[in-house]
Design a protein around this ligand. Structure first.
Ligand code: N01
Length: 873
């Protein structure tokens, strides 16, 4: 990155303003206020004729907030909270607009706003370290910092319907509703679009119009708002302690202080599930949908139960069965497209003069001079209302021609999707901020809470720069790439990417398919933003007055669900296993195993006994539900040779059995310290021999086996392969070593990097080794397979390592050493995972990809055998 001329500014004099802000809605107004309070000169440029932002433009009938009014309001001014009384649970657009006008007047903000002024371009001038802003009024304004506060849903989407311009009747857009209002009395009206704007306006348009026809392409999930007075319990909670209430909102998942569910939908009975959904339906609160259960946006099965519930409600309300069916969403999970709150939406379709046209059955062909043609019918109208949505999040930002360093435009930089650090800034565009930009919680949260958080962060950042005699700030490429990865990691464990939503950019033809907001939660996001500052503006280069401070780094490297798990475990303050006796540690880990999700159903589970090296060993066999016989995998559980059993690794075996369509035989081996090295290794080898000899009795296909193991079990799987090679059998066609122990020394970097904070610690590994093997025995290849003199001739291998595992480097070293010896090896390094996370089925969803790859490798090992057999025949 080329340094800016941080020395040169003096010769350019002062810019016109410290800060130029685009927009004067919730974000722009608060920015002006706060910047002024901090002594910065600021100017807001606003395309509209007055303040209000989205609430200035969206004046269609029925427009209201759908976050409760007391939550959907500023918290920065305590007096405002007492002097302004909201009249309803969900305030109307005129009331919210009056509120914003009141705020503007109270804080005398209009004097710093240029209305009817649209920003056309913004260009970074490297020599003067300032932005040059050009507007439709021709003037050029210079500023040190440029902040887009233009809203996420402010650029209407083109309706992209043939013939739009030729209709001779009245045309309205919900997003640009005339100030004079519209009277539909005695008119034949069409509404195109059934998102929030359509769903809010349709009942009110129906109340006036002679005839209303609704053109629906995709049905949406909507629940009744039950508007009226603010619920007394909520108002009482708010009034009892306003500051505390606001603080709870700031640290909540969605910016609204309501209790999160702690249980998944499939963990309760059908009656309880229904009761919870009824409560959500009655409460009439959008955030309540996702909070009925903690896995609604994670687990397809859970989500389907809510889809069915809402579908049932729609069918009960709408009397025409065909219309009811058409109104039931079938192509997306609840909440993966923005759900809606309505007043009498479904009831409206019971009115005789209201008709629904299902564009999935009869697509829209064109707009004509007199109405609308579908593929099967021509309609005549007096007025058409487009409720067709927005080019969300990125649209309003790239609508301005923003040019950063080296002449690069933001439009080009974001051509394949937005790249940002924290959703606040973007590399190559110094001193440019976006309020609630892509990559921040924004539209997935209570916007007012997220706006205040961003404004506070930006203003404090500018103040810190000023205090430290710095002028320019820009994220590093590493920090930005890390954040974009984290935003995607968060989205990818949810159901959101499965929907064609505007969250995914799917509503605008040609827009890249990228999940735009941050779904990690406003609480987690706020923590990350605060941490960036506390760590000296991690991920930023800050410069000015001859200084250049580079603080490169990535703020979130763990997978989001792994991070949450670690936080939850840290809150529980669990005792370290290594301070317990082996018996107590075993009992404790069994207790933990008992409360985790069970894993998927398999066809059959059979418990049995087989002869080990020193007596009988229990095993558990998992058979797929598909027709057999199946190939057989012998599995060894983790637990440092001291703990664990077929119970402890049961969900992992179920998952791999289903995914790989192979029989899994999970064998219990003797544990240390009662039976030290080499008991476990000898048992493991004896078990493989016995299973190889009894494949048909076990319902398996005769032929080579795959061996698989996790952690100490991975160690045993590796050792067994070496023992089988030495003994010339049994035949093993593949080894899968999941975060295995391969060596006894603790000198590799991963022990230092990951030895303290990620569940498997250095001291716990010490404890395991101390119980398992005397120091003299530890270098034996049967304990440390990496120490074998010769690794050639071993079965094909998949070695899986986790980034934040002390054992990462020894796993990688074993993969490398086998490859160097000519073994066909695949190494699968798992980014953001810890030693224990890959086996945590249905708890760590981000581990599912690795389990899919493990299963694919198992299938591949067996296919290679089958290919050989076919060739031989
Ligand atoms: O827009 P939308 P919106 N032919 O994109 C359809 C916020 N908001 O203005 O789904 C036919 O949701 C399109 O169909 P499909 C809120 O975040 C909040 O209603 O693409 N149909 C869809 O049905 C909301 O999510 C409030 O198949 C076409 C509709 O038009 C966001 O703003 C109130 C079409 C567009 O729905 C956007 O809501 C209002 C075509 N060519 C809005 N093109 C509050 O309550 C599009 N459609 C605070």
């Amino acid at each position: 990155m080329a340094p800016d001329s941080e020395f040169a500014n003096a010769s350019f004099g002062k810019p016109d303003f410290d800060v130029v802000v685009v927009g004067s809605g919730f974000a722009g107004l608060y920015l002006l206020h706060k910047l002024r309070e901090l002594g910065f000169s600021a100017r807001a440029l606003e395309a509209a004729g007055d303040v209000g932002g989205t609430w200035y433009w969206n004046r269609y009938p029925g427009a209201r907030c759908d976050i409760m009014s007391i939550d959907y309001s500023y918290s920065f001014d305590p007096d405002l909270e007492t002097e302004w009384q909201w009249s309803e649970k969900y305030a109307t657009q005129p009331e919210i607009l009056r509120y914003l006008q009141h705020v503007a007047a109270k804080h005398d903000l209009r004097r710093d706003i240029a209305f009817e002024t649209r920003v056309e371009s913004a260009t970074w001038d490297k020599d003067s370290s300032r932005w040059l802003i050009r507007t439709n009024r021709g003037a050029e304004i210079t500023c040190r910092y440029y902040v887009m506060a233009a809203g996420c849903l402010s650029k209407p989407k083109e309706p992209e319907i043939e013939g739009c311009d030729c209709f001779r009747g009245e045309v309205y857009y919900t997003s640009r509703w005339p100030h004079r209002g519209v009277d539909f009395t005695a008119k034949r009206v069409a509404v195109i679009g059934t998102g929030s704007s359509g769903i809010q306006s349709i009942p009110l348009i129906a109340a006036q119009a002679k005839q209303l026809t609704v053109f629906q392409r995709t049905p949406n999930f909507s629940i009744p708002a039950h508007n009226g007075p603010i619920p007394t319990h909520r108002l009482a909670e708010y009034e009892r302690d306003r500051a505390g209430y606001r603080e709870r909102a700031r640290w909540s998942r969605f910016g609204v202080p309501i209790e999160l569910a702690e249980i998944g939908a499939m963990q309760v009975s059908e009656e309880e599930r229904r009761a919870r959904y009824e409560a959500v339906w009655e409460a009439g609160e959008l955030v309540g949908i996702g909070l009925a259960f903690n896995d609604i946006i994670l687990n397809p099965k859970s989500n389907e139960t809510l889809c069915e519930f809402i579908g049932g409600k729609i069918r009960a309300i709408v009397t025409n069965p065909e219309t009811a069916e058409a109104l039931c969403p079938t192509d997306h999970y609840v909440a993966t497209k923005r759900a809606c709150l309505d007043t009498n939406y479904y009831e409206t379709f019971n009115l005789d003069h209201v008709r629904l046209v299902d564009l999935r059955k009869t697509p829209l062909a064109r707009i004509t001079e007199t109405g609308i043609d579908t593929t099967s019918e021509s309609f005549e109208f007096d007025a058409i209302v487009y409720a067709t949505g927005f080019d969300a999040m990125t649209g309003p930002i790239v609508a301005v021609n923003i040019t950063g360093r080296n002449g690069v435009t933001l439009r080009n930089k974001w051509a394949d999707g937005p790249l940002s650090y924290l959703g606040l800034m973007t590399t190559g565009f110094p001193n440019f901020f976006a309020v609630t930009g892509p990559g921040s919680p924004s539209v997935l949260s209570n916007m007012t809470v997220s706006i205040e958080q961003h404004v506070d962060w930006i203003c404090n950042c500018l103040k810190d720069l000023r205090d430290e005699n710095l002028e320019v700030i820009e994220p590093t490429a590493t920090a930005e790439a890390g954040w974009v990865q984290h935003v995607n990691d968060c989205a990818n464990i949810t159901l959101f990417p499965t929907a064609n939503s505007w969250y995914m950019g799917a509503n605008v033809p040609g827009k890249p398919r990228v999940f735009l907001p941050y779904i990690g939660g406003t609480d987690a996001y706020r923590t990350a933003c605060n941490e960036v500052v506390a760590r000296g503006y991690l991920g930023f280069v800050r410069s000015g007055s001859g200084q250049r401070r580079v603080n490169d780094g990535v703020i979130r490297r763990l997978q989001p669900d792994v991070q949450m798990l670690l936080e939850a475990m840290s809150a529980l303050n669990l005792p370290p296993l290594e301070e317990m006796s082996p018996e107590a540690a075993r009992a404790f880990s069994s207790e933990l195993s008992a409360v985790r999700p069970p894993g998927p159903e398999v066809g059959e589970i059979v418990d049995g006994v087989l002869p080990g090296a020193g007596g009988d060993l229990d095993y558990r066999l998992y058979r797929p539900a598909t027709a057999g016989p199946h190939r057989v995998v012998v599995y060894f559980h983790g637990g440092g040779w001291v703990l664990g059993s077929h119970d402890s690794d049961d969900p992992f075996c179920r998952d791999l059995c289903v995914r790989s369509n192979a029989v899994f035989v999970s064998v219990n081996y003797r544990h240390a310290p009662e039976h030290c090295f080499p008991a476990a290794a000898e048992d493991a080898f004896a078990a493989v021999r016995w299973i190889a000899d009894h494949l048909e009795t076990l319902g398996g296909v005769p032929g080579p086996l795959v061996v698989c193991g996790w952690s100490a079990g991975g160690n045993l799987a590796a050792v067994v392969c070496q023992m089988a090679r030495a003994a010339d059998g049994p035949a093993i066609c593949g080894q899968v070593l999941v975060t295995p122990v391969t060596d006894c020394d603790f000198l590799r970097p991963s022990y230092n990097e990951n030895g303290a904070d990620y569940v498997l610690t250095k001291s716990l590994m010490n404890w395991f080794w101390d119980h398992y093997a005397d120091p003299a025995n530890r270098t034996d290849p049967k304990a440390s397979p990496l120490r074998a003199n010769d690794l050639s001739g071993l079965p094909r291998a998949l070695v899986v390592t986790a980034e934040f595992d002390p054992l990462r480097d020894e796993g990688a070293a074993y993969a490398e050493a086998m490859a160097a010896a000519g073994v066909e090896v695949k190494h699968l390094p798992c980014r953001g995972q810890i030693h224990t996370s890959l086996t945590a089925v249905d708890m760590i969803l981000s581990g599912a990809g690795a389990r899919a790859e493990i299963s694919a490798a198992i299938r591949q090992f067996f296919h290679q055998v089958e290919d050989l057999v076919m060739r031989d025949n």
